[in-house]
Design a protein around this ligand. Structure first.
Ligand SMILES: Nc1ncnc2c1ncn2[C@@H]1O[C@H](COP(=O)(O)OP(=O)(O)OP(=O)(O)O)[C@@H](O)[C@H]1O
Ligand SMILES: CC(=O)N[C@H]1[C@@H]2OC[C@@H](O2)[C@@H](O)[C@@H]1O[C@H](C)C(=O)O
Length: 365
């Protein structure tokens, strides 16, 4: 078993999650502590600014370099705050742009995670695995989602078929079949547009406990227009950039809704996207286990319960920590990178075959 620390900075831009995990890349040993170090408002704003202009951003842009330094420092602080020795760090970095291949469209796919793996390795004295997505994209895959192989390891003892849903800025689902099959893809927007909406209408970073959404009604007309988006019925593989639905939301007239109705509509749309995802599964799951910050939003959980046929519950019912799964996943993925085991698969990213990926900084194990 390797002693790993996984680090994930998600699309919500709220902070870095760090988690300790012992794993051989295939199975899960001891699960250790986890923590989140939030980003200060200035770093959040800087990262959001980079996301907004990522299409035209140069690699040596001074604001980019400054934000990467601060982001990497915060990751170093997160490792130090765990106060544990590890053999290996899995460092995802921050996605600022994700342009995966789209069927029928001709462009050069690209995915961009920022973070300075060399300085993180120097600071911590540990070996760092990073750049988990680009080899998959170069080979024609989506470069996302990457967590399914971890979900499969974690869910090994549970009855199948099973659906594990992560509701971060973007939603992603892993369907696990009885014989180890994995089908995974991004479902649609989750908390991302809702956070933007809450910030605009309440000045808060998110709609805590779904208070705003629960005070409103989903707007049928706006929801109907959003439901016609072709992403929902497109067959997997598929994945999203954090900002991919912004235009569709504007065109559907979401901006004209009241603060409460807009929030309710965004929660309902998150659930509608998950229900659309379920129609793409080979067979219905026995249950849905929900991870990520969205499971703390009762408006989203209520909308999901209404939209899905099967029981929907937070991953805590399986004894897992729904705030830790992504960081833990990057610990397992780091172990797989170090051991040259595949990290992406035809059923997860649409890779042409099971593919290795990621890069290592520091001494190989
Ligand atoms: N108490 C709460 N009430 C409502 N929403 C919450 C609560 N706690 C967290 N959230 C939502 O969860 C979001 C953070 O979720 P999470 O940390 O899973 O996202 P992420 O890891 O950054 O994103 P991704 O998985 O897309 O990379 C917040 O931005 C907020 O919208
Ligand atoms: C490109 C990118 O960073 N995608 C994230 C994002 O956040 C959720 C969803 O979209 C998922 O596809 C992915 O993260 C997780 C960790 C993954 O790759 O499995």
């Amino acid at each position: 078993m390797l002693r790993t620390i996984g680090l994930m900075s998600g699309t919500s831009l709220d902070g870095v999650d760090a988690a300790y995990l012992e794993t051989d890349g295939e199975t899960i040993g001891r699960i250790g502590p986890r923590l989140t170090l939030p980003y200060d408002p200035a770093l959040r704003r800087a990262l959001r600014g980079l996301l907004d202009r990522a299409d035209t951003l140069a690699g040596d842009d001074p604001e980019l370099l400054d934000a990467v330094k601060r982001l990497t420092d915060r990751h170093g602080e997160a490792v130090e705050a765990l106060r544990l020795d590890a053999d290996l760090i899995g460092f995802h970095g921050q996605t600022i742009l994700h342009r995966p291949p789209v069927a029928g469209r001709n462009f050069t796919p690209f995915t961009w995670q920022v973070g300075d793996a060399v300085s993180l390795a120097k600071r911590t004295g540990m070996t760092v695995a990073h750049d988990f997505r680009s080899a998959d994209v170069a080979a024609g895959g989506q470069g996302a989602p990457l967590v399914p192989v971890f979900h499969r390891a974690l869910a090994a003892p549970l009855p199948k078929p099973l659906a594990i849903l992560n509701l971060g800025g973007v939603g992603n689902v892993t369907w696990l079949g009885p014989d180890g099959e994995m089908l995974a893809f991004d479902t649609g927007p989750a908390n991302g547009p809702l956070d933007d909406w809450a910030r605009q209408h309440t000045g808060k970073d998110y709609d805590a406990a779904g208070k705003l959404a629960l005070a409103g009604q989903a707007d049928g007309a706006v929801l109907g227009r959003l439901m016609a988006h072709r992403y929902l019925t497109a067959p997997p593989p598929k994945s999203l950039d954090r900002l991919d639905f912004d235009r569709a939301l504007k065109e559907a007239g979401a901006a004209e809704l009241s603060a409460a109705d807009g929030a309710a509509t965004l929660c309902a749309f998150c659930a509608v996207c998950v229900a659309a995802a379920a129609r793409l599964f080979p067979e219905p799951p026995l249950q849905w286990l929900v991870a990520g910050g969205g499971r703390r939003n009762p408006a989203i959980m209520k909308a999901l319960a209404g939209a899905l046929e099967e029981p929907v519950r937070p991953v805590e019912v399986a004894g897992w920590d729904g705030d830790a799964l992504e960081a833990q996943a990057f610990g397992l993925l780091a172990a797989r990178v170090a051991r040259k085991m595949p990290i992406t698969f035809p059923g997860t990213t649409g890779a042409p075959r099971a593919l290795t990926g990621g890069r290592i900084v520091g001494s190989l194990l």
